[in-house]
Design a protein around this ligand. Structure first.
Ligand code: SAM
Length: 296
């Protein structure tokens, strides 16, 4: 089996939340008379291989693709795709998107491991942003509902994808925001320029982060000229900025998402939930369930 290694305790924590949420979601659609006619799809847009091999060290915060190790001494865990396939009541369909070709091939093995789900599984070897935008726009949302899980290593999710998801008015979204990577991008003096600035703006969908995360130091620089600009943002500020950004496009957003931290207690990711469905009763139920899942 090709091994997909990353993460540590925070990975288990993340997966345990997804594992709790999914059956609550499908139970609503199977038990509620009004919701039963919808086709439900679980979408994993950064799907990995279906399994996670843990080395119990912290994740690579530089968000590089981790090395693949051929050792049998590590623990392994069912990844989000396998967790979703085991959900009862079952989703009607599963869409797994993965950019790495060898990982996507590995995902195919899930059809043998879960033969009863075989005909419901679609695996796409491609870019999550590109494929998912097209899928969201092509799906008939009068007949469909979906949970989308966006679990990137780093800053791969584009804001324009989140806008497209919100436009469906039908998707419940779980997204891991890369807090640790964002903090590393935000150097102490002067906002980042060039590609780092572009990546942050592409992920946050605005340049307002520059004013939100930086301030005048109140001091002159060494030449006695302008005031220096320094970073004002801490993890809490970055987290609340992202939640506020989600609130500009989603009608329901969990206000206190879960920080996932490394063994040194440094935040790595923020596990966020948002629903695109504008119906009051749906927002209420979705937020109640997701807040319970995040706090329990
Ligand atoms: C953190 S892992 C996902 C883990 C998975 N959710 C699990 O629980 O097993 C992120 C995955 O996203 C893939 N990836 C990175 N960039 C991508 C992109 N633009 N589109 C689709 N997949 C991508 C990586 O190859 C990697 O397998």
């Amino acid at each position: 089996m090709l091994k997909h290694q990353f993460g540590g305790d925070w990975t288990e924590e993340k997966l345990s939340r997804v594992k709790k949420y999914l059956p609550a979601y499908t139970t609503i659609f199977k038990s509620n008379e009004k919701a039963r006619h919808y086709t439900t799809t679980y979408v994993d847009a950064f799907a990995g291989t279906g399994y996670v091999h843990l080395d119990k060290k912290d994740a690579d915060e530089t968000c590089l693709i981790p090395e693949l190790l051929e050792q049998d001494t590590q623990d392994f865990l069912k990844g989000s795709a396998a967790v979703a396939l085991e959900t009862e009541p079952a989703f009607d369909r599963f869409l797994f998107i993965e950019k790495d070709m060898s990982y996507a091939e590995e995902l195919n093995r899930l059809k043998e491991i879960y033969p009863q789900r075989r005909n419901r599984i679609t695996i796409v070897n491609g870019d999550a942003n590109d494929y998912l935008k097209i899928w969201c726009q092509a799906t008939d949302w009068t007949m469909n509902r979906a949970v989308v899980f966006l679990d990137p290593y780093g800053m791969q999710v584009e804001w324009s994808l989140l806008e497209t998801i919100a436009d469906t008015r039908a998707i419940d979204l779980w997204i891991l925001f890369p807090l640790g990577a964002a903090m590393r991008f935000l150097q102490r003096k002067e906002p980042p320029q060039g590609i780092l600035r572009e990546i942050l703006t592409r992920m946050l969908g605005t340049e307002q982060w520059i004013d939100a995360f930086y301030k005048d130091s109140g001091q002159m620089n060494l030449l006695g000229e302008d005031e220096e600009i320094i970073r004002a943002a801490d993890f809490k500020k970055i987290a609340s900025f992202f939640v506020e950004r989600l609130e500009t496009i989603f009608p329901g957003v969990v206000k206190n998402p879960l920080q996932l931290k490394n063994t040194k207690n440094v935040p790595l990711y923020l596990l966020c939930f948002a629903t695109a469905n504008p119906k009051r009763s749906v927002i209420g139920a979705a937020l109640r369930i997701s807040e319970y899942v995040l706090r329990s």
